[in-house]
Design a protein around this ligand. Structure first.
Ligand code: ADP
Ligand code: MG
Length: 640
C-alpha cells in the first residue's frame, strides 16, 4: 500500500507505517509497537491526543505514558497477546495532552509467516466520560443499596420495580416474593381506605406525599415508618415511576408512647392525690364523730347498728382513698425483707378457697430468690389486683399461673431497667380472652374499666402501676385477643433501708385513755377540730384550740397559758404546720408535739425527721389510736 496525497504517512519505518494505513484519517487512535513496547508508527489522532507531532514518536516507549497503578495489569495483558487468539481489549489510564484519560484499546499481535508476533497494533478510543459516569452510577447504586432507609421504586400503579436491601430487611419479604407475587408495597399501612385513596390522588396529580404508615412485617410484628413518595417523570413529563423512601421509626414511636403514658399517669396521679387529701379530712370527720356517737349511744341497739354501718362505709371510703394515694404514689413504701414465695403461697391458699373451681391455679416459683426489701402489704395488694382481674377475665374457667424468676437488668433495657441491678420477676398468666389494643392502651389509667355495672372501679391496675413504680420496679405485659394475658412485674433485688410501717389499733368505738394535761389542738378543718376538742375534754383533758398556724403561734408565744402537749395539723393555709413546729422547737424545745396529717409525702417525712419529730399520725386515723399516741407522748415526757 502506497501513501496518497490525501493521507501522507508519518516518517517512521515505511513498512510499519503501511500497517496503520487504514487508520490514517480515522478519529480512533492507532499505534504500532514492537514486542518491547517501543513505538513503530502512530496516526494523527494518536499524535493529537498525546500532544506530540507524528514524526516525534518513532522509537519512544509507549508504556512510559501509562498510569503507574495500571502498569502491572498492562504487563500481564502484554504476555497474553503472545498467545492465541492474539487479540485483547483493555482499558487503562494514560498521560495525554488533556491529562489522565481512560483509553480503551483493541490490540492485535501481528505475526510473520512463521506465526511469530513481530508487532502489536493497538486501536484506541477515549472512554473517560463513559467510565466516569459508570463510576458515578456505581456509587449511587451502592449508596441506594446500603442506605439505612428503605428505598422502593414502583410503577405508577404501585407495583415494585426495585427495592433495596433495607426494604427486604425491614419487611421480611424476599425479592422473589415482592416481584413474583406482586405485593402492593404502597397499599398497606394507611390509617383507612379513605386515607389510601387520598394518597393515590395526591401522587397521581404529581405531588409529593409524606406521612406515617403502620405496617406489619411478614412475621406479623408491627412497624411504624415515616414515608415519602415522589413521582418521577420522563422527558415527556409523564409519571413513569414512584420513588418511595421509608424510614423505620418504630423505636421512636414506642418511646413517645411510653412518655405520653408516663406523663398522663403522673398528672392524673397528682390530681387524684390532691382530691384524696381533702377526702381524708372529710372521712376523718365522719369516722371520728361516728366513733364518738358509738360511745354515747351504746344502749340503743338500732342506733348502734346504724352508726356501725356509717362507720363501715367510712372505712371503705378510706380504703378507696388509700388506693388512690397508692397509685398517685403519695404513700410511703414500708420496706421489709420478705420472701416472695411466702407471700405468693399465702395468697394462693386464699384464692384456692375463694376462686371458682373452674379456675386452676398453678405456681412455678424460683426458690432461690432470697428475702428482699419490699412493702409486703403493697405487693400483696398488687398480686391480689392482678389475680382478681384474671379471675374476672376467665368467666368460663381456665388456668392462672404465677411464676417467679431472676432477671438481670441488662436483659430489660427496653423497659429502661438499671443494667447493674438484678430483678425478681413475677409473671401472672391467664388463659382468658386477652385484650383489644384499645383496651390495653388504657388499662393503667385510674377509673378505666370495662366492667361498668359489674363492680369495676378501674383502680386495680392503677394501684399496680403506682406500687411497682414506687418500688423502682418495671411493668410489662403480653396480651392479644384470644391469646390470654400475662403481666410481668420486675422488682429490684438490691437491699433498701428498712422502714417499719406504723401500727394503729383497730377498735371501733373511740377509747381515749384519760388524762388531765393541757392540750393545744391546731387544726384548720373545723369539724375535726371540734371532734378532737370534744373527745379530749370527755377524757378529762384541758383543751385549747387554734384554727390555723398563725393563731397557734400567737397562743404559744403570746399568752400566759401553759400547755403540756400540742396536736398539730400540717396542711394549713398561710402558716403551715412545719413552720409552727419550727417555732415551737425554737421557743419551747421540751414541748412534745403530735403531728397529724392527711398528706405525708416522703419530702415532708424527711423534714419531720430532721426536726426530730417522731410522733406522726396519718389521717384518717382512729380516735383510739390518736388517744394512745397522745398518752404515750405525755407519759414519755413525765418519765423523762
Ligand atoms: P377493674 O378491674 O375495676 O375494671 P382494673 O384497673 O383492675 O379495673 O382493670 C382495668 C381493665 O383492664 C379491666 O376493666 C379489664 O378490661 C382490663 N383487664 C385487666 N386485667 C385483665 C385480664 N387479665 N384479662 C383481660 N382484661 C383485663
Ligand atoms: Mg381490677
Amino acid at each position: 500500500m502506497r501513501p496518497t496525497a490525501a493521507h501522507p504517512l508519518p516518517a517512521v519505518a515505511a513498512p510499519a507505517a503501511d500497517l496503520l494505513e487504514p487508520w490514517a484519517a480515522s478519529l480512533e487512535l492507532a499505534v504500532l509497537l514492537d514486542p518491547e513496547g517501543r513505538v513503530l508508527a502512530v496516526n494523527r489522532a494518536f499524535a493529537r491526543k498525546f500532544g506530540q507531532p507524528v514524526p516525534a514518536w518513532g522509537g519512544r516507549s509507549f508504556p512510559a505514558l501509562l498510569h503507574p497503578d495500571d502498569a502491572d495489569d498492562w504487563a500481564e495483558a502484554a504476555a497474553r497477546l503472545k498467545r492465541p487468539p492474539y487479540h485483547i481489549s483493555r482499558e487503562h489510564r494514560w498521560q495525554t495532552a488533556q491529562g489522565w484519560r481512560w483509553l480503551a484499546w483493541e490490540e492485535t499481535a501481528l505475526r510473520d509467516a512463521a506465526g511469530e508476533p513481530f508487532a502489536v497494533r493497538a486501536i484506541g478510543r477515549d472512554v473517560t466520560k463513559h467510565r466516569l459516569s459508570e463510576e458515578h452510577f456505581r456509587k449511587i447504586a451502592q449508596a441506594v443499596e446500603q442506605a439505612p432507609v428503605s428505598i422502593v421504586m414502583t410503577t405508577p400503579g404501585g407495583m415494585a420495580q426495585y427495592v433495596n436491601s433495607r426494604f427486604t430487611e425491614v419487611t421480611g419479604y424476599t425479592l422473589e416474593e415482592i416481584f413474583e407475587r406482586g405485593i402492593p408495597v404502597l397499599r398497606e399501612g394507611h390509617a383507612s381506605e379513605t386515607a389510601y385513596r387520598q394518597f393515590c390522588v395526591i401522587v397521581a396529580a404529581g405531588h409529593k406525599w409524606t406521612g406515617e404508615l403502620h405496617t406489619r412485617r411478614k412475621d406479623g410484628t408491627e412497624v411504624w415508618e415515616f414515608v415519602q413518595v415522589s413521582p418521577i417523570r420522563n422527558h415527556l413529563d409523564e409519571i413513569t415511576y414512584l420513588l418511595c423512601l421509608r424510614e423505620d421509626i418504630t423505636e421512636r414511636k414506642v418511646l413517645e408512647d411510653q412518655l405520653r403514658q408516663a406523663q398522663k399517669m403522673e398528672s392524673i396521679g397528682t390530681l387524684a392525690g390532691g382530691i384524696a387529701h381533702d377526702f381524708n379530712n372529710i372521712i376523718a370527720i365522719i369516722r371520728g364523730f361516728t366513733e364518738l356517737s358509738l360511745t354515747v349511744a351504746p344502749a340503743d341497739v338500732r342506733l348502734t347498728r346504724y352508726l356501725g354501718s356509717v362507720h363501715d362505709a367510712a372505712l371503705r371510703a378510706s380504703g378507696l382513698v388509700s388506693q388512690i394515694l397508692t397509685f398517685s404514689r403519695k404513700t410511703e413504701v414500708a420496706y421489709r425483707a420478705v420472701r416472695l414465695d411466702e407471700i405468693i403461697h399465702e395468697l394462693m391458699g386464699m384464692f384456692a378457697e375463694t376462686f371458682p373451681r373452674a379456675i386452676e391455679l398453678r405456681q412455678e416459683l424460683d426458690e432461690s430468690i432470697e428475702a428482699f426489701s419490699v412493702d409486703p402489704n403493697q405487693i400483696r395488694q398488687v398480686l391480689m389486683n392482678l389475680c382478681v382481674n384474671a379471675r374476672d377475665a376467665m368467666t368460663e374457667g381456665g388456668v392462672l399461673t404465677i411464676s417467679t424468676r431472676r432477671v438481670p437488668g441488662a436483659q430489660l433495657v427496653a423497659l429502661k431497667a438499671d443494667p447493674e441491678q438484678e430483678y425478681a420477676c413475677i409473671s401472672l398468666s391467664d388463659t382468658g380472652p386477652g385484650m383489644e389494643p384499645e383496651v390495653r392502651a388504657r388499662i393503667f389509667e385510674p377509673f378505666f374499666t370495662t366492667k361498668q355495672g359489674h363492680g369495676g372501679t378501674g383502680l386495680g391496675l392503677a394501684v399496680v402501676y403506682g406500687v411497682v413504680t414506687n418500688h423502682h420496679g418495671l411493668l410489662d405485659l403480653e396480651t392479644a385477643p384470644g391469646r390470654g394475658t400475662t403481666f410481668h412485674i420486675y422488682l429490684p433485688l438490691k437491699k433498701r433501708e428498712d422502714n417499719p410501717p406504723q401500727v394503729f389499733g383497730d377498735g371501733r368505738a373511740a377509747h381515749i385513755p384519760p388524762g388531765r394535761e393541757r392540750v393545744l389542738v391546731v387544726e384548720d378543718e373545723l369539724p375535726l377540730l371540734e371532734l378532737l376538742d370534744t373527745v379530749l375534754k370527755k377524757a378529762g383533758y384541758q383543751v385549747r384550740t387554734a384554727a390555723n398556724g398563725a393563731e397557734a403561734v400567737e397562743q404559744i408565744c403570746g399568752t400566759s397559758h401553759e400547755r403540756d402537749v400540742v396536736v398539730l395539723d400540717l396542711n394549713m393555709p398561710r402558716l403551715g404546720g412545719i413552720d409552727v413546729l419550727k417555732i415551737i422547737r425554737q421557743n419551747h424545745p421540751g414541748l412534745p408535739v403530735l403531728v397529724v396529717s392527711g398528706h405525708l409525702t416522703p419530702e415532708i417525712r424527711a423534714e419531720l425527721k430532721e426536726l426530730g419529730q417522731e410522733h406522726v399520725l396519718e389521717k384518717p386515723f382512729e380516735l383510739s389510736a390518736f388517744g394512745q399516741m397522745l398518752r404515750s407522748l405525755l407519759d414519755a415526757k413525765q418519765s423523762a
